[in-house]
Design a protein around this ligand. Structure first.
Ligand SMILES: CC(C)(COP(=O)(O)OP(=O)(O)OC[C@H]1O[C@@H](n2cnc3c(N)ncnc32)[C@H](O)[C@@H]1OP(=O)(O)O)[C@@H](O)C(=O)NCCC(=O)NCCS
Length: 132
């Protein structure tokens, strides 16, 4: 089933947070850090990636138990188009048949919308249930 997640983040909040290296390491994958930190508008790139993580959580937290902030991340292709990536921790808990993400950011706000085609591992969820 295709499910949608969306989130909006105030850039100024992330701008303060990213002054702390511990925050960056906790929330961002190394690929995201490399992409964002080297940009002129670093806070905007970090903020929109945070929004993408929240959007992913809105979909996945109803399917899986454990999800850390670095379990999903954004990689940009050679045209700049963003693609969602998922860790083994996610992929062992749920089938993600396909995914799509779109990002936009301005000086003040960053927004992400995520579409995930999710197929839960029903065998696990229904283990032990009797047929009626
Ligand atoms: C892609 C484009 C529409 C972005 O619009 P914008 O108003 O400048 O920027 P927004 O804030 O709305 O969005 C920025 C995000 O767009 C996304 N983006 C960039 N290029 C993209 C593309 N080709 N396809 C889809 N999304 C893209 C990125 O995720 C970017 O955020 P990030 O750098 O933090 O990852 C614009 O830059 C554009 O038209 N670029 C030309 C692309 C092009 O000609 N590519 C050549 C080969 S197709």
């Amino acid at each position: 089933m295709i499910e949608t997640g969306i989130d909006i983040v105030e850039v100024h909040r992330i701008e303060k947070s990213i002054e702390n290296p511990t925050f960056i390491r906790k929330y961002y994958h190394p690929i995201e850090i490399e992409y964002s930190a080297t940009s002129i508008n670093a806070a905007q790139h970090f903020a929109v990636r945070f929004a993408a993580k929240e959007a992913v959580r809105k979909v996945l937290l109803s399917h899986i138990d454990k999800l850390s902030w670095t379990d999903s991340w954004i990689e940009n292709d050679e045209n700049g188009k963003p693609h969602l990536q998922f860790s083994e921790n996610i992929l062992k808990q749920v089938h993600i048949l396909s995914s799509s993400v779109s990002l936009s950011h301005s000086k003040d706000q960053a927004i992400a919308i995520v579409l995930l085609d999710v197929k839960p591992f029903y065998a696990k969820a229904t283990k032990g249930r009797r047929k009626t």
